[in-house]
Ligand binder design. Structure first.
Ligand code: PMP
Ligand code: GLU
Length: 424
């Protein structure tokens, strides 16, 4: 009933990180250093472990993957079916169908009051590829990239692939995990080429206010060599206010690359539609990069994305309301668990509790030494899958995705509470 690397009473300490390092040392050296040093995505890794356990018949609740549980709205699905029937089955322009780039340009104007012409837009195979295009197009070996910690798992690894150097100022629970202007100023050096952040944030759920973004923009305005990758994939899951983009500030706008996509706001994770809005020369570079990797993304998904971005927005608002209700539910229930300390998420669909008060406790002789141990314990003895904070550079925390039904969330948190209560 347990995965191969699990022995009862002995937690697979260090989880994926340690496993990957072991693989590195044992690996045949025909593989490149690049792949040997690349970490597996732990959000995906943990979800894989959870699925393996489920396949063996264990009733696991998987709250590790950040993925809306909703089915893609019907009008979007219908647009995709029509695209197939209408024969949209060929290669597409690398940067996306002109009609889609126009729909994104219109969306920027309508929702964000931002002017991006279709030539400033590149559509990619998910926001993940959009981020990779930007980083690989702008970062030279040794360039510094500031990524506030906790960060989304893939930023660091993509920067590593570009041979850039990640610099991760630590944000704290007390500052609601937001970087201050002073911290940002301190982190910038003549070698800094890029600042990467997400708002709403994965994994903390924090959302920068307009004033906070303006203060960061004012710092960045003084450093014209720094580009700003603003990951806005959770734009539509914001409980605070109307979404604000750092690109709204004229003093930095030309250096901002907005990354967005359809995965979260339209429940379209499997369709793989991401995009950027950026200066024309950056968009042209990403087009060139993508032309050598994947070409244009799926023709059918692009037609679906046109429907998502240019028609009925009601399903998105309904999903947002559901996420808000679940946020309230989960935040309340998690706060009732002794020893967990959680900020109130203002967006996205994650809670990020501090679990360090459980370190040193044990179960059947195995001591919980860190968040990874705790997450493995919760998986195997609570049958709930969450992701260790180590994946996000914050080892005293874990991330729980509340993109699941109310019933599942209530049951999962009950299991977590009981499992934690069994630690002595
Ligand atoms: N950025 C953040 C902050 C994310 O959480 C994710 C995960 N989906 C992505 C980018 C990538 O999104 P996509 O599914 O569009 O590749
Ligand atoms: N972005 C989601 C997450 O953080 C999906 C998994 C991934 O792409 O890494 O869980």
């Amino acid at each position: 009933m347990e995965p191969d690397n699990y022995r009862p009473g002995l937690l697979p300490i260090g989880g994926n990180h340690v496993r990957l390092r072991l693989i590195f040392f044992m690996s045949n050296n025909h593989l490149s250093d690049r792949i040997n040093f690349l970490e597996e995505s732990q959000t995906i890794g943990m979800s894989k472990l959870s699925r393996e356990l489920s396949a063996k018949g264990v009733d696991v609740i998987n709250l590790s993957l950040g993925e809306p549980d909703f089915v893609t709205p019907e009008h979007i699905r219908n647009a995709a079916k029509k695209a197939i029937d209408d024969g949209f089955t060929h290669y597409t322009p690398i940067a996306g169908y002109p009609e889609l780039r126009k729909a994104i340009s219109d969306k920027f104007k309508r929702e964000n009051n931002l002017d991006y012409s279709p030539e400033q837009i590149v559509v990619s195979t998910g926001a993940k590829q959009a981020i990779a295009n930007v980083v690989l197009s702008l970062i030279n070996p040794g360039d510094e990239v500031i990524i506030p910690l906790p960060y989304w798992v893939s930023y660091i690894e993509i920067v590593k692939l570009a041979e850039g150097k990640s610099v991760a100022p630590v944000t704290t629970f007390e500052s609601d995990f937001k970087i201050s202007p002073a911290q940002l100023e301190k982190a910038i050096t003549p070698k800094t080429k890029m600042f990467v952040f997400s708002s709403p944030c994965n994994p903390t759920g924090s959302v920068y206010t307009r004033e906070e973004l303006k203060a960061l923009a004012d710092v960045l305005a003084k450093h014209p060599q720094v580009y700003i990758l603003s990951d806005e994939i959770y734009e539509h899951i914001n409980f605070l206010d109307k979404h604000c983009s750092i690109a709204e500030f004229e003093n930095v706008k030309d250096r901002v690359i907005i990354v967005n996509g359809c995965s979260k706001g339209y429940a379209m994770t499997g369709w793989r539609i991401g995009y950027i809005g950026a200066a024309k020369w950056i968009a042209a570079a990403c087009d060139k990069m993508q032309g050598q990797f994947t070409s244009g993304t799926s023709s059918i998904s692009q037609k679906a994305a046109i429907a998502a971005l240019s028609t009925d927005n009601r399903p998105t608002l309904e999903m947002q309301a559901a996420f808000r209700r679940r946020r309230d539910l989960v935040y309340k229930l998690i706060k009732e668990i002794p020893g967990l300390k959680t900020n109130e998420p203002k967006g996205a669909f994650y809670v990020f509790p501090n679990c360090s008060s459980y370190y040193g406790k044990s179960f059947e002789g195995a001591v919980i030494k860190n968040s990874t141990d705790l997450c493995m314990y919760l998986l195997h003895h609570g049958h709930v899958s969450v992701v260790t904070g180590e994946a996000f550079g914050a080892p005293d925390y874990f991330r729980l995705s509340y993109a699941a039904s109310d019933d599942k969330l209530i049951e999962a948190i009950k299991r977590i509470k009981e499992a934690l209560g069994r630690l002595g």
